[in-house]
Design a protein around this ligand. Structure first.
Ligand SMILES: Nc1nc2c(ncn2[C@@H]2O[C@H](COP(=O)(O)OP(=O)(O)OP(=O)(O)O)[C@@H](O)[C@H]2O)c(=O)[nH]1
Ligand SMILES: [Mg+2]
Ligand SMILES: [Zn+2]
Length: 288
């Protein structure tokens, strides 16, 4: 029996990489389906010549993209085409914090912004830089790609982001030998075309990095209105000064977060998105 990591899943076939770098194509034992359990990319498994026999408990488990056991999420958001969205970025950050994974914010396509627009974006990103690493790149001009390599090396990374944001292009910029497929974004839809179709971990700088299919929508799962606030490191820092324990920072008197927002100490978009997410979660009927 051997131990390894699932690095790819296509058409029900799993590619597993063993401890010596050998690859094998396998199917899971029928028992998994019987138990309604689906192994996924990133899983650490035991296997024999034909089958995956056992899946080790997951350290973390992302639904979108579908991957387990990652050290770090590289959140890829384009500066333009598709337009930069703070709502999407904040949504992402919430979902990544929910799994206790470290996020890195990567802003692609900065070559498409003129100087004024870039200044404006940078001023807002400066807020995030107090809490997260933020790397601005151009995959086209090969600008700042080294910074991504540096932060990703030796870790298990996942690229996550909207379709067309430039995830596969970023990997191609890091290693041109990969020749991953990329495609123009659709003018009609203003977004990508779902060019990447499966999750795949690629060996890289004594670590791994996963290319993943992009999405056009991201939903909250298993987050309630009382835990949402805990997924904001910036709010957590302030909340010891809220009058009430368990303050949700939405309507309570003496809320230090609301005061910080009013005093422009929190990026307005960030707090307003939080209010939106809070209402969205509140209005979602619990699923039983
Ligand atoms: N100008 C510019 N274009 C870029 C940059 N990065 C990616 N693109 C273009 O954006 C388009 C989409 O890039 P992809 O790498 O396919 O995007 P993706 O995130 O992998 O998309 P999915 O696989 O659908 O999730 C392609 O036409 C790329 O050439 C960049 O830094 N600058
Ligand atoms: Mg892609
Ligand atoms: Zn509060």
């Amino acid at each position: 029996m051997k131990k390894g990591r699932i690095i790819k899943l296509t058409g029900g076939i799993y590619t597993v990489c063993d401890e010596f770098g050998g690859r094998k194509q396998l199917k899971p034992l029928g028992i998994f389906r019987y138990k309604n359990f689906k192994p996924k990319v990133g899983d650490i498994v035991e296997f024999d010549d034909n089958s995956i026999l056992k899946v080790y408990p997951r350290e973390n488990d992302l639904v979108r993209p579908a991957i387990a056991n990652v050290d770090q999420a590289l959140l890829v958001t384009s500066a333009k085409e598709p337009d930069f969205s703070f709502t999407l970025l904040d949504r992402f950050l919430v979902l990544i914090h929910q799994q206790a994974i470290d996020p890195v914010i990567i802003v692609t396509k900065i070559d498409l912004l003129d100087e004024n627009k870039l200044d404006e974006l940078n001023r807002k990103l400066a807020y995030y830089e107090r809490f997260y690493p933020v790397i601005r790149v151009s995959n086209k001009k090969l600008f700042n790609i080294d910074a991504v390599t540096q932060i990703a090396k030796g870790k298990v990374n996942v690229l996550a982001g909207q379709t067309g944001a430039g995830k596969s292009s970023l990997l191609n910029a890091i290693d041109p030998n990969l020749e991953l497929a990329t495609d123009e974004i659709s003018v009609a839809l203003g977004r990508g075309k779902h060019t990447t179709r499966h999750v795949e971990l690629i060996e890289f700088a004594s670590g791994w990095i996963a290319d993943t299919p992009g999405f056009s929508k991201l939903e909250f799962v298993d987050i309630d209105i009382y835990t949402l606030k805990d997924l904001y490191p910036d709010f957590r820092e302030l909340s010891s000064n809220c009058r009430f324990n368990g303050c949700t920072h939405t309507h309570e008197p003496g809320c230090a977060v609301t005061e910080a927002y009013q005093g422009k100490l929190i990026l307005p978009e960030r707090y307003e998105n939080y209010q939106k997410f809070y209402q969205e979660i509140k209005q979602t009927k619990p699923k039983y």
